[in-house]
Design a protein around this ligand. Structure first.
Ligand SMILES: [Zn+2]
Length: 383
């Protein structure tokens, strides 16, 4: 809304107007699809001059006449709700060519650098600027509906060469989520593919998408994920189409007690997703019995076995009942071979059956949690 010095009502209305030039969009729309972002950007420039801090400050100066002072004396004092945008301490670059207004912060950066990283920015900056559009220090001001913390992280990832050195594949999942969250959201929104891939790579180091990746991870120092952290990872992955991390994240979550899923903590996955995890747990129990650990439940001697001990052993079956008590964990490699009281040929034969069963559990894992195949997850993620 413009403030006109001859319009008493407009001036009165301005007293309650927050000068936050670009109201924050709802959280649900902050990470909208790039095409929508473009439409919104395009729409913004086709509108009449929007209400911004700069237009408002300019128009307020016009009120400095004796006639308006008379009006001002008749009006109640303005409510001090004006919030002046602040310049970001790190990204107000003296030779920047564009000013980006995010929430209540101004970033002065380079159009060419952002355009080289992102076709979305490139297209946004190519839209002709109408006369009278927001300008500051010779730069156009563009309003973006993002979260300022996310945008700061994105600029660091773009401008600071060693920014990603702060995390490695050995960092905890919690710290990785905090580090990549904003970068992943905005690299997805603005289609900055190499940054998105770096974020995905870090996630996949914790939540692997291959059986070999799972095996390598299980050999490294064990990191025990918290249920809150896993749910945070699932929500981030779903919001940004990083679908390959979902099967194993669901798998890890399925090993938590039932009562955890009755809680409703901030950041939890949806009730439907919780139901999917619990249904998946039932399926994993079947998979453990029928695939990965079937060699215990239904012991089969090796074709080359000559041992009468193996012919009558009950140890594998007893071992199955012990494992069954521990809950479904069909991917876990069995280690109690020495206690099975079977010959070496049968151990070797059973180890092959066990490994093949575990690989089959992995191959089918997306289906346990109502997801498409691994191949389809990858295709959707990289499309
Ligand atoms: Zn044997």
């Amino acid at each position: 809304m413009f403030i006109r010095h001859e319009d008493n009502k407009a001036i009165a209305g301005s007293s309650n107007t927050s000068a936050t030039a670009a109201p924050s969009s709802p959280a649900s729309s902050s990470n909208q699809h790039p095409s929508r972002a473009m439409q919104e950007g395009s729409h913004r420039y086709s509108e009449p001059r929007p209400t911004t801090m700069w237009s408002m400050m300019s128009d307020l100066s016009l009120c400095n006449t004796s006639r308006d002072e008379t009006f001002a004396m008749e009006l109640p004092p303005p409510t001090p709700t004006v919030t002046v945008p602040t310049r970001d301490s790190q990204f107000w670059l003296y030779d920047g060519s564009i000013i980006l207004h995010v929430e209540n912060t101004l970033f002065r950066v380079h159009q060419t650098i952002l355009a080289n990283h992102s076709d979305v920015f490139k297209d946004l900056f190519m839209i002709p600027q109408p006369d009278g559009e927001d300008m500051m220090e010779g730069c156009h001001v563009v309003h973006l509906h993002d979260k300022v913390d996310d945008f700061t992280d994105l600029l660091r990832a773009v401008y600071v060469p060693d920014h990603f050195d702060a995390v490695t594949h050995d960092s905890t999942l919690e710290s990785i989520l905090s580090f990549i969250g904003g970068i992943l959201r905005l690299s997805t929104k603005y289609m900055i593919r190499y940054l998105r891939q770096r974020c995905i790579s870090l996630l996949l180091a914790k939540l692997p998408n291959t059986f070999l990746g799972y095996e390598a991870k299980s050999l490294s120092p064990h990191e025990r994920f918290r249920s809150d952290t896993l749910m945070r990872a699932i929500n981030l992955a779903k919001d940004n189409d990083v679908l390959e991390v979902l099967p194993y994240a669901y798998y890890c979550l399925s090993r938590f007690p039932h009562k955890r899923f009755l809680k409703d903590r901030p950041g939890d996955i949806s009730w439907r997703d919780k139901m999917i995890v619990l249904i998946g747990r039932e399926r994993l129990q079947w998979a453990q019995m029928s695939l990965s650990h079937k060699f215990l439940l239904v012991f089969q001697r090796a074709p080359t076995c000559q041992s009468p001990l193996c012919a009558h052993t009950r140890s594998p079956h007893a071992e199955w009942h012990e494992i069954e008590k521990g809950g479904a964990h069909p991917l876990k490699a069995y280690e109690g071979w020495n206690g099975l009281n079977i010959c070496s040929a049968c151990v070797e034969y059973s180890q092959v059956r066990h490994l093949e069963g575990r690989k089959e559990v992995w191959r089918l894992m997306p289906t346990w949690f109502e997801l498409p195949s691994w191949e389809d997850l990858k295709t959707i993620q990289n499309s």
